[in-house]
Design a protein around this ligand. Structure first.
Ligand code: ATP
Ligand code: MG
Length: 439
């Protein structure tokens, strides 16, 4: 009778098996990454989440039944192998496993829709269609280990600095900023929308006296453009802090970015290597460039842009060529920024808004906010929006709203800068773009 599965317990992950364990009996579990049958000897590369371990089966040394079963294995099947660790300088990790028992836990169909050994390059669409297989590639799962490390680092950093994690609704009645970037949904007998930003809620938390809050959650943007930097659902790392200025929260953002990069370089050495990424800890303070200087600079590079216009893609690209690494753009025109952004006291045509850029990529937008009710009503109207539809939000400003500032950092865009990837789709497990709603 077959031993029950419960008696087959994994003793080690591949990464834990090392030459010091010479002679030890172990049990590993995973997928058959590769099978090489040389007649008298069979090599099976077993892959688990952490890497590879080589199973070496010389026909003369092992049970003939076991040898036959190894020979019958198919790629990407799930197996458990018991065996003896043997030092082997040529094998991955300097060890191989001489098998004493094998259990086939699940056979994989053949042929595979794509090759997890990365020998054959697949197009992004093929990869996303069979994402579960694509994610078995060590260099692809590495992206998500880096993302997980980054998000953990961000949480620890914000918690240490006194920020409270909050969860705000993603089913909302009206737009954050007006505009067309909203996904309408049916909410019983009414129309509602998927939240495009926690902006109005995190500001409301300032009036609620929470002082410093953060949220890491999905935002939904019904943007139709098909670029390498936009998706329709992304994770936004948002913060808001009372009695803080734009300068204060830029300082928080800069420190958070440096901390996350430090943690990724320290904890994801293997993953960065798999991605061929030489991640450097940036120097602080990040350079700050005034919007007007940005316009002059891009114009000097042949991009025609007037003062007061938003940066075009060509302008971002020109900036990417002029700048190395992370930098802030400050002094944005009040006109092109959302209503909740505070205008400069002396030069009201300029605002307290900033963007954090990495070369040609915007990764965060933030600002000191308007906290005076009357100013806010005025600004909502001047944007062509109806203050009545912001009634509940506006009420929070009538009964003691402190001055405050905050930012939203795109987790995927930030991850692109950590991994060196240039297609945002690669940094999301199951990306949502204009054409893709499955898997
Ligand atoms: P862009 O101008 O690049 O489209 P945005 O200015 O519209 O971005 P914000 O509303 O400022 O974006 O959102 C704050 C941050 O959230 C951005 O800096 C970015 O990192 C991220 N973000 C926003 N929209 C998207 C999107 N569609 N895809 C990926 N990331 C996004
Ligand atoms: Mg922005």
């Amino acid at each position: 009778m077959m031993e029950s599965l419960a008696d087959w317990r994994r003793s080690h992950y591949s990464r834990e098996v090392n030459p010091d364990m010479n002679g030890e009996e172990i049990l590993v579990m995973g997928w058959t990454h590769e099978i090489r049958d040389l007649g008298g000897i069979i090599f099976v590369l077993l892959r688990d989440r952490d890497g590879l371990v080589q199973v070496t089966a010389p026909s003369k040394k092992i049970d003939p039944g076991l040898f036959e079963n190894l020979r019958k294995l198919k790629k990407e099947s799930v197996i458990a192998v018991k065996g003896t660790v043997q030092e082997s300088p040529k094998a991955p990790g300097g060890v191989e496993l001489i098998p004493t028992d094998l259990r086939l836990l699940n056979q994989s169909q053949q042929p595979l829709p794509l090759d997890p050994t990365e020998k054959v390059r697949a197009e992004i669409d093929t990869r996303l269609d069979s994402r579960f297989l694509d994610l078995r590639k060590p260099s692809v799962s590495a992206i998500f280990k880096i993302k997980s490390t980054m998000l953990h680092s961000v949480r620890v950093f914000l918690e240490k600095n006194g920020y409270l994690e909050v969860n705000t609704p993603k089913l909302v009645a009206s737009a954050t900023e007006g505009g067309t970037e909203l996904f309408p949904i049916t909410y019983f007998e009414r129309e509602a929308f998927l939240g495009q930003s926690p902006q109005l809620y995190k500001q409301t938390m300032m009036s609620a006296g929470f002082d410093k809050v953060y949220e890491i959650a999905p935002i939904f943007r019904a943007e139709e453009h098909d670029t390498l930097r936009h998706l329709n659902e992304v994770i936004s790392i948002d913060m808001e802090a009372s009695f803080h200025s734009d300068e204060d929260v830029m300082d928080v953002l800069e420190k958070l970015v440096v901390q996350a990069i430090t943690d990724v370089t320290e904890n994801c050495e293997e993953e960065l290597k798999l991605l061929d990424k030489d991640l450097q800890i940036p120097e602080t303070p990040f350079e700050r460039i005034d919007y007007d200087d940005v316009i002059d600079l891009v114009n000097s590079k042949g991009v025609a842009l007037e003062h007061g216009e938003d940066l075009s893609r060509a302008a971002e690209k020109a900036m990417g060529e002029a700048m190395d690494g992370y930098y802030f753009i400050t002094g944005w025109p009040t006109e092109i920024k959302p209503f909740y952004v505070m205008a400069n006291e002396e030069t009201p045509e300029k605002s307290h808004a900033f963007d954090l850029m990495y070369k040609d990529l915007e990764i965060s937008s933030g600002a000191m906010r308007v906290h005076q009710h009357d100013v806010l009503v005025e600004k909502i109207s001047s944007k062509g929006l109806n203050p009545e539809s912001f009634e509940r939000y506006l009420a929070a400003f009538e009964y003691g709203m402190p001055p405050h500032a905050g930012w939203g950092l795109g987790a995927e865009r930030f991850n692109m800068t950590l991994t060196g990837l240039n297609n945002i789709r690669e940094t999301v497990l199951f990306p949502r773009d204009r054409r893709r709603l499955t898997p």
